[in-house]
Design a protein around this ligand. Sequence first.
Ligand code: PBG
Ligand code: ZN
Length: 326
Amino acid sequence: MFKRFRRLRMNDTLRNLVQENVLSKDDFIYPLFVIEGENIKNEIKSMPEVFQMSIDIILKECEYLQKIGLNSIILFAIPKLKDSIGSECLDEQSLISRTIKAIKKEFPLMFIVTDLCFCEYTNHGHCGIIDPKTKSVHNDKTLEISAIQALIHAQAGADMIAPSGMMDGIIRTLRTALDENGFENLPIMAYSSKFASGYYGPFAQVAQSAPSYGDRKTYQMNPANRLEAINESLADEEEGADILMVKPALAFLDIIRDIRNNSKLPLAAYNVSGEYSMLKLAQKAGFIDYERVMMETLLGFKRAGANIIISYHAKEAIEILNKNKV
Ligand code: PBG
Ligand code: ZN
């Protein structure tokens, strides 16, 4: 006798009954990029259908997103002014503050996550203040200004803060600053296992945040390391993170599973720019059944152990999920 696995694959209803993982529109956070100006919608060459948008266009986009049931976004701002410490984002009049307020005014139920980093705001493109001695990012000085940036986001009305700079102690620093200023109920999603990855390439083009010299290897993790990813995540949990994250997602599915098995916190997978571009460009070339490959990829993140998926595919994925609903 042998086991007949095919018995449970004989029709859709039965296959659905025994399906172990599902995608839902509630799983997604959709990245949006805001720039100064009016009526601006610049498509990114390496990321078809992803745009830099001015605030007025972002509002139109939010209206559509809510209509299809996409209620969570992560905001990245691309400011006009860049300097050595990223002053633009340390001011109440910053682009991201104005964007948060504008969205919240028209769409109070839109859940706004803010990416907290300095690479979009600094003229050197690194994720914090540069230590002139080492030419690398100064950890503790960057912590100080990160706390200021977090309060700017919180005061503008952000619903969750997501620090992405990979500074040590960032979660404890932000938790303390938020708590001391009456934001004890504002959650922090830690970019807890963020690898120094080539998959961020297209993002650097959208966010104009490529480092002008060197790389990010002194703060982001070595893609070869697995135990370190678990250690980073557990440290962020201990410092007070509410949600953990693995980034990138596709080449790091084992890490998603490792974190899932080592922590009880909710876990996000960041399906990054390069992962999006690969599928989009294969679609444009006619080489793959894009929708099928996209949904299979996203489902893979759930199967690996993620609860939340941050993805440039989110809008298309939800459109597909809405169509298939009975
Ligand atoms: C900022 C930041 C980056 C991404 C998210 N936040 C770029 C980087 O760390 O180099 C990457 C997102 C993507 O590639 O989609 N630190
Ligand atoms: Zn950064």
